[in-house]
Write a protein that binds this ligand. Structure first.
Ligand code: PGA
Ligand code: ZN
Length: 423
C-alpha cells in the first residue's frame, strides 16, 4: 500500500507556450513520478476550473503560480505521510480539500496533476506499466488498442476561425495496427500539404493541434479537400481512410442561431446541414454537431446520424457524469469524448467512462489543444479500453509523444486495433 512521502509542483509551459502545472509524487518506498496536465482553448462552459493567476503583467494572466502554490502548500500538507490504498481515496482527499463543486479553490489543474502523478508513482511502485495500472483501477483488461482519429485540417478556435468548424480528422479504417495507421495518416497529410500549396498557394502552416489550415472558402470544400488528399495518397475514402469531424458548434452558436458559411441556421437547419455533409462525404463520427446548451435538439441529431455516424459529445458532456446521465436519458448522444481535465480527477473520469459504457456508448479519449510532452494519455486510452483516441496531428512533439507511446505499447503488447469503423 503506497505511503505518500511528498508531493510538489512547478510551472511548465504547454504547446502554446502557456503555463501549466507539472506535479511530482514521491512514495515512501523510494519511487517518484511526475505528470503534467493539458489545457483547452475551445472549452465547454461546464468544465472544471483551471486556476490561473489573473496577473495581466505575466503571461497575460495565464500564470499557474497559484495552482502550483496550492500543490506545494495545502495539498502537500494534507497528503504528507498518508497511506493511500487506491486512486479513489487519493482523489477523494483532494476533492474534500478543495470543497467546491468545480474545483475552483485549488484548481482542476493542480488537482489533476497530483492525481496523475500519484497514479504513475503507484504503477511504478507496483512494477506494472501505466496502461495496466489504469486498467486495474477500473477492473478492466486491455484487449485492444484504440483506433486513431487524427487532425488533418483545422478551423474554428484553433485556426483563427477561417472556417467555422474546428477539425476534420482522418480515421485509418483498414489499418490493422497503430504502425500502419500512422503510415496511412502520413501519406494523407503529405498529400493535403501539397494540395494546400497548389490550391491555395499557402505554405503548410499549422494550427494549435498541428492540423493544416488553408483558407477554405466553406466547410464543404474543406471536406472535399480531405477526400482529395485521401485519394491523392492512393487510398480509398471510407474503406481505407474515413473522416471524422469536430463541428465544435458551441463556438459559433448564439441567439439560437448557428453562423456558418455565411448562413444563420436554426437548430433544424444545422442538423440538415450536417446530414448534407454525411450524404456527400465518408464521415463516420460527428462531434458537437450542436451547441452545448441546445439540449432539446440533440436527440433529433442523434436520430439523423444513427447507423451512419457516431453522435459524439464533447462540450455537451464535459466528461461530467451528471451531464452524461442527462444525455443518456434524453437519447442525445451515443459516444463520449473523454478529457480527464474537463472533470479534474481520474476517479470522476472513470465514473464518466463507466456511465457511457453502461449505455452502450463508444468512447474517444482525447488530448487538449494545449498539450505537453507528457504521454499518459496513450496509456489511459489503452488501459481504459477506448474505441478511439484523438491526439491531434502528426506534426508536433507534444502530439507525437503520445503516438510514439502508442507504438511502444503496441510493440510490447501486440494487442490488435479495435474494429471501428470497419467491423
Ligand atoms: P480544446 O479542443 O482542447 O481546445 O477544448 C479540443 C476539442 O474541442 O476537441
Ligand atoms: Zn471538441
Amino acid at each position: 500500500m503506497p505511503v505518500i512521502e511528498s508531493v510538489s509542483a512547478i510551472e511548465v509551459l504547454d504547446s502554446r507556450g502557456r503555463p501549466t502545472v507539472k506535479a511530482t509524487c514521491a512514495l515512501a518506498g523510494g519511487v517518484s513520478a511526475s505528470a503534467s496536465v493539458p489545457s483547452g482553448a475551445s472549452t465547454g462552459t461546464a468544465e472544471a476550473i483551471e486556476l490561473r493567476d489573473g496577473d495581466k503583467s505575466r503571461y497575460r494572466g495565464l500564470g499557474c503560480r497559484k495552482a502550483v502554490a496550492n500543490v506545494n502548500g495545502p495539498i502537500r500538507h494534507a497528503l504528507h505521510g498518508r497511506t493511500v490504498e487506491q486512486q479513489a481515496d487519493l482523489d477523494q482527499l483532494l476533492l474534500a480539500l478543495d470543497g467546491t463543486p468545480n474545483k475552483s479553490r485549488l484548481g482542476a489543474n493542480a488537482i489533476l496533476a497530483v492525481s496523475i502523478a500519484f497514479a504513475r508513482a503507484f504503477a511504478a511502485d507496483r512494477g506494472v506499466p501505466l496502461y495496466q495500472h489504469f486498467a486495474d483501477m477500473l477492473g478492466l483488461t486491455p484487449t485492444t488498442l484504440p483506433r486513431l482519429t487524427v487532425n488533418l485540417f483545422s478551423g474554428g478556435k484553433h485556426a483563427g476561425g477561417q472556417v467555422a468548424i474546428q477539425d476534420v480528422l482522418v480515421v485509418p479504417a483498414s489499418a490493422k495496427t497503430i504502425d500502419e495507421s500512422l503510415a496511412a495518416v502520413f501519406a494523407v497529410f503529405q498529400a493535403a500539404a501539397e494540395l494546400g500549396v497548389s490550391e491555395y498557394r499557402v505554405r503548410p502552416l499549422r494550427a494549435d493541434e498541428g492540423g493544416l489550415a488553408p483558407p477554405f472558402p466553406s466547410v464543404a470544400v474543406m471536406l472535399d479537400d480531405a477526400v482529395r488528399a485521401i485519394t491523392d495518397a492512393k487510398l480509398i475514402p471510407r474503406d481505407d481512410v474515413a473522416i471524422a469531424i469536430d463541428v465544435a458548434s458551441s463556438h459559433f452558436y448564439s441567439d439560437n442561431k448557428y453562423t456558418i458559411d455565411g448562413d444563420a441556421l436554426d437548430s433544424a437547419g444545422m442538423i440538415d446541414r450536417i446530414a448534407l455533409w454525411l450524404d456527400a462525404f465518408p464521415i463516420v463520427s460527428i462531434e458537437d454537431g450542436l451547441g452545448e446548451d441546445d439540449w432539446s435538439h440533440w436527440p433529433a441529431l442523434r436520430r439523423r446520424l444513427r447507423g451512419r455516424a457516431l453522435t459524439l459529445g464533447d462540450d455537451l458532456l464535459c466528461t461530467n457524469p451528471e451531464r452524461i446521465k442527462r444525455a443518456i436519458d434524453a437519447g442525445a448522444a451515443d459516444a463520449l469524448l473523454l478529457k480527464v481535465n474537463q472533470v479534474g480527477t481520474l476517479t470522476e473520469a472513470g465514473r464518466a467512462l463507466a456511465l457511457a459504457r453502461s449505455a452502450g456508448w463508444r468512447v474517444t479519449v482525447s488530448a487538449r489543444s494545449g498539450e505537453t510532452e507528457d504521454d499518459w494519455l496513450a496509456d489511459l486510452a489503452v488501459g481504459w479500453g477506448a474505441d478511439q483516441i484523438k491526439i491531434g496531428s502528426i506534426t508536433q512533439s507534444e502530439r507525437l509523444a503520445k503516438y510514439n507511446r502508442l507504438l511502444e505499447i503496441e510493440a510490447a503488447t501486440r494487442l490488435p486495433l479495435i474494429g471501428w469503423p470497419n467491423p
